[in-house]
Design a protein around this ligand. Structure first.
Ligand SMILES: Nc1nc2c(c(=O)[nH]1)N[C@H]1C(S)=C(S)[C@@H](COP(=O)(O)OP(=O)(O)OC[C@H]3O[C@@H](n4cnc5c(=O)[nH]c(N)nc54)[C@H](O)[C@@H]3O)O[C@H]1N2
Ligand SMILES: Nc1nc2c(c(=O)[nH]1)N[C@H]1C(S)=C(S)[C@@H](COP(=O)(O)OP(=O)(O)OC[C@H]3O[C@@H](n4cnc5c(=O)[nH]c(N)nc54)[C@H](O)[C@@H]3O)O[C@H]1N2
Ligand code: SF4
Ligand SMILES: [Mo]
Length: 711
């Protein structure tokens, strides 16, 4: 099964899952590089993946908790005992008719990920990073032009023509590549004569390469682009022909009514970008052959849906849909079903928003906006009894770290944990593991099969792409997909009547004329033609209910939110006096989120070649007012927590903002704990604690928080 040579597979040091080649010699991965068939790049994290694979800290056998939750004391057990524990707990809950009190937090690698299949058969919830990421964008695009709800359908930078505008508005693609070739795609486009515009309160590496950097107030993107759209429309600079042909009748008139008073001057007061710059960008857009927006972090605020709707309006009135250099609308040929397919539970009836005081108010949520990450609240209210976590690290990644810890350790009057059972599968020791009852050692991407069939991120090369084992797994590590398939066979044999993961994938591929073998012959890649321009012209419609672009979101008429609000996120309007600064937590190329995969990777935490500190960035103007100097140790405090670190004075951050790196905070693992760095989610409130303030259209206050800073 294992061969020597350059083997095509995928990287999984981040969720981009780039196509790569792994050089295997004598059963050991020696080297990795980008697969030339997929434009051939690999980033520094990806190359450090070999360090994760061979880390001496790898989890190698199942373990069960022996101390209290949080103590992180475990004892080795057999796989038989581990399977037995999961089956007993799951059966007991299911027999009580409370299957919906089981949540599996995971990152699905395809729409038919076997773990997701199990959750559907069981009647539980799936929880992913989705509600944290760009769900506001996905929903906005779905509502407006019926675009397939993928995770992140970014511009295809390789298609941007000369003179085309690439607008990064709250986006760090040079570090958060989401396909290692994207940074080069952007720079190549620039070389062709495309223009790069970076809208960001911090001067990041993209700004250094940009034609124009526009510092903006965090959360101000909706206002900024409303100003741009106002100028385009009122000066007849929009793409009239496109709008006349494709926008639903009456919507343009309503848009004009609504936008008439969103002048650049008025919007400038909200987003803190001079009106002249808003106008300048509008004029550039009007003259450019194409314009695209890439945003990610900027849509993780409480006004996410507002910004998403403005973003959609901008693309529509400039005609930048499914054109070279604009917003792609990819289509996905579905895989063949593996029959019988379990019917998913009726989540709407069971309550997407199953926690909180007034859940009926959240009727507008749907799966994509579903805020299932309110784990802390759900546990406290008795609505979450069994929690599985695979490929995620909620102890650090969930907003409100203290509330999370409290909830998972909470006991009822009889002294039993409110959360009855908690399983974590991981490759390296993680923070979340400390609270688990059962820890399962997973196989890395170099040891397992996995069919990736969903261009979750940038990866258009991922029509379908195959992760295949290139070396023997360490110890007793088992791929969690197979563990869950085994559980499925025991509990729901009718839905798991296939031999294993490989047979499951083969059935799915068989229905579309492919197979695992054919995929391997094809270098691990296969594209069913998901990319193509102007598909709406061939189809003569958009995939919306009316077949036209729908700017007026009349489904939100009952809550008076048909049109986007330019206002800053709700969370900014409170406690301004006590907490005058806005906290920005951003990512770097050396870390992938909060995860053990980079925090416990020696290569990525090296002080020279990687990252080993989390300084507090502040503008010298603010610092001098507070008598804070470079290198001082200061406290950062919010309404929910307090942390401390060293100050870094820099003019690269907009005054009024504080910048920190997102992801730190691990207290387990030799590498992660060499230097102690704080977790930003100590400062950010638990999402369940302020439901009333949240935008009923779905925006959540994920990453934005007010803080104060003092020595
Ligand atoms: N290396 C690496 N890659 C990753 C990840 C990782 O952790 N590390 N995480 C992956 C995941 S899950 C995600 S969701 C993506 C996230 O990818 P990005 O969102 O691109 O990453 P960030 O660096 O968090 O944020 C991008 C920029 O947004 C700016 N910003 C913050 N608030 C605002 C605002 O209101 N308006 C504007 N215009 N700018 C703002 C920040 O200063 C920052 O420079 O990356 C993915 N890829
Ligand atoms: N403050 C703040 N909080 C945030 C964000 C933010 O910007 N700021 N971003 C939010 C966003 S956008 C997201 S998507 C979420 C992400 O949060 P999570 O979904 O929790 O993801 P990660 O933090 O990346 O943790 C992934 C874990 O999976 C493990 N892992 C890696 N590979 C494997 C594998 O093959 N098998 C198994 N079993 N485990 C593996 C890693 O070691 C790591 O511990 O965080 C959210 N939280
Ligand atoms: S972008 Fe992610 S998947 Fe691609 S090479 Fe880098 S770490 Fe690996
Ligand atoms: Mo994310």
């Amino acid at each position: 099964m294992y061969e020597d040579g350059w083997i095509p597979t995928v990287c999984y040091q981040c969720k981009a899952e780039c196509s790569i080649l792994a050089l295997v010699k004598n059963g050991i991965v020696q080297e990795v590089k980008g697969n030339p068939r997929a434009r051939g790049k690999m980033c520094v994290k990806g190359m450090a993946g070999i360090t994760s694979l061979y880390s001496k800290e790898r989890l190698t056998h199942p373990m069960k908790r022996v101390g209290e939750r949080g103590e992180g004391k475990f004892e080795r057990i057999s796989w038989d005992e581990a399977m037995e524990m999961m089956e007993t707990k799951l059966r007991a809950l299911h027999e009580k008719g409370e299957g919906h009190k089981f949540t599996y937090s995971m990152f699905p690698h395809s729409a038919s990920d076997p773990k997701w299949r199990f959750v559907n058969a069981y009647g539980g919830f799936i929880s992913t990073g989705l509600p944290h990421c760009d769900s506001g964008k996905i929903m906005a695009h779905l509502h407006t032009f019926g675009c397939f709800p993928n995770h992140h359908i970014a511009p295809m930078y390789f298609s941007v023509p000369k003179g085309g505008l690439m607008i990064l508005s709250g986006r760090h693609p040079f570090g958060c590549m989401d396909d290692a070739c994207v940074a080069k795609d952007i720079l190549d486009a620039k070389e062709r004569g495309a223009k790069l515009i970076v809208i960001d309160p911090i001067f990041r590496p993209e700004a250094a390469k940009a034609d124009w950097w526009i510092p903006i107030k965090p959360g101000g993107d909706a206002a900024f682009f409303l100003g741009v759209c106002n100028y385009l429309l009122l000066n007849n600079l929009h793409n009239k022909e496109f709008c006349d042909k494709w926008v639903r009748e009456g919507d343009m008139e309503k848009l004009l009514d609504y936008i008439a008073d969103k002048s650049p001057e008025k919007m400038s007061a909200i987003c803190e970008v001079p009106a002249a710059d808003i106008i300048k960008l509008a004029k550039m857009v009007a003259e450019a052959p194409s314009a695209c927006i890439d945003a990610f972090k900027s849509i993780m605020y409480g006004n996410a849906m507002d910004w998403g709707q403005v973003w959609s309006i901008f693309l529509v009135i400039t005609g930048n849909l499914d054109n070279p250099g604009g917003q792609p609308l990819p289509e996905l040929t579905p895989m063949a079903p593996v029959n019988p397919v379990p019917t998913p539970p009726n989540l709407k009836e069971l309550g997407y928003h199953r926690t909180g005081p007034n859940r009926e108010k959240f009727d507008h949520y749907n799966f994509i906006l579903e805020p299932t990450w309110y784990a802390a609240q759900a546990i406290k209210e008795g609505n979450l009894k069994i929690f599985f976590a695979t490929e995620c690290n909620p102890a650090l990644s969930e907003m409100g770290a203290a509330a999370w810890r409290e909830a998972v350790s909470m006991k009822d009057d009889d002294g039993n944990y409110m959360l009855d059972f908690f399983m974590v599968s991981e490759i390296l020791p993680s923070e979340t593991m400390k609270w688990a009852d059962l820890v399962l050692p997973d196989q890395t991407n170099y040891e397992r099969w996995e069919l990736l069939y969903m261009p979750w991120w940038y990866n258009y090369s991922h029509g379908a792409s195959l992760c295949r084992p290139v070396v023997k797994p360490v110890g007793e590590a088992r791929h969690t997909n197979n563990v869950i398939i085994e559980l499925g066979k025991r509990m729901f044999p009718e839905f798991f009547a296939f031999k294993d993961d490989v047979e499951y994938y083969d059935i799915e591929l068989g229905g579309v004329g492919m197979s695992i073998d054919k995929l391997m012959e094809n270098g691990g890649l296969w594209s069913p033609g998901t990319v193509g321009f102007y598909k709406y012209k061939d189809k003569k419609k958009f995939d919306t209910p009316s077949g036209k672009i729908e700017l007026d979101w009349n489904m939100y008429a009952d809550i008076n939110q048909q049109w986007p609000s330019p206002e800053l996120p709700l969370e900014y309007r409170k406690e301004e006096d006590n907490f005058p600064f806005i906290l920005i937590n951003f990512r770097t190329i050396f870390l992938n989120n909060t995860g053990a995969w980079s925090h416990n990777n020696a290569q990525l935490r090296d002080p020279v070649s990687g990252l080993d500190s989390n300084p507090i960035m502040i503008n010298p103007i603010d610092a001098s007012r507070l008598d804070i100097n470079e290198g001082d140790t200061v406290f950062l405090e919010s309404t929910t927590g307090k942390v401390s670190s060293i100050v870094q004075l820099t003019e690269k951050i907009k005054p009024g903002c504080i910048g920190i790196i997102h992801g730190f905070g691990q207290t387990v693992g030799q590498v992660a704990t060499m230097v102690s760095c704080f977790n930003d989610n100590e400062l950010i409130a638990d999402a369940g604690s302020h439901l009333d303030e949240q935008d009923l259209r779905g925006g959540e206050a994920h990453v934005s928080t007010r803080v104060t800073i003092y020595k």
